[in-house]
Design a binder for this molecule. Structure first.
Ligand SMILES: [Zn+2]
Length: 220
């Protein structure tokens, strides 16, 4: 029964291991008070073009001094996880019945559907930033509307509600998709990163907006 579960530890949201094909969206370790066993819940997303088949994760239970008390291994099999898709997995764990205060995750292997493998080499962990709304970089409504007009000239029907953001090995498109730095165009909407940068430039937007107004006034 869910009400018999006590959450022991919530992992930070949107954690990523450098070069890893998955993003850890959120997770928690809880303890079933009646059965005295543990339950590990994890939500993760595929960031890669290739379909993910298997993810192998170690969960360590840590005491109050962050010393590992026990390690459980999770193997998520037959995932068929396409790019951008996320899944939630709940796994019962057998950890020693001691004073587990917190926990740590280590992704050590990801297997793709073509049988190629990503392995962790103790790469640094980084926290993905939250998507910023487009209004935070473009508060002027007439300039935002000018950007939307530029997007529709590319036949782009995305919502374009976000700011372009570059961080670590990634950039997020105005449509909200996460792209790797070596991708010149957004894998979802197809807009080139350079085009977005140019078209979000305020001076350029204002110039285009003035031209738009002029054209509008001139047309009968
Ligand atoms: Zn996009």
């Amino acid at each position: 029964m869910r009400q018999n579960n006590r959450t022991i530890y919530r992992f930070a949201d949107n954690m990523h291991i450098k070069t890893c094909p998955i993003l850890l969206l959120n997770g928690k370790l809880s303890q079933n008070l009646k059965k005295s066993n543990f339950l590990f819940q994890l939500k993760f997303q595929n960031l890669c073009e290739k379909m993910i088949q298997t993810v192998c994760i170690d969960i360590s239970g840590l005491d109050m001094n962050r010393n590992p008390i026990g390690i459980a291994k999770c193997h998520y099999l037959n995932l068929n996880l396409k790019r951008d898709d996320a899944c939630i997995r709940e796994t019962p764990l057998f950890l020693p019945e001691l004073q587990i205060q917190t926990a740590a995750i280590r992704i050590h292997k990801v297997v793709f559907s073509d049988y190629s493998v990503w392995k962790d080499h103790k790469n640094p962990v980084e926290q993905f930033p939250i998507l910023k709304p487009l209004t935070s970089v473009l508060p002027e409504q007439h300039l935002r509307e000018q950007y939307y007009r530029a997007c529709s000239s590319l036949s782009d029907t995305s919502h374009n509600a976000y700011a372009l953001h570059e961080f670590f090995d990634f950039w997020t498109c105005t449509c909200g998709s996460i792209n790797w730095n070596n991708e010149k165009e957004c894998h979802t909407c197809g807009k080139p990163k350079k085009w977005i940068q140019m078209n979000l430039e305020k001076k350029n937007l204002q110039k285009c907006y003035d031209a738009y107004l002029y054209e509008k006034q001139e047309s009968p």
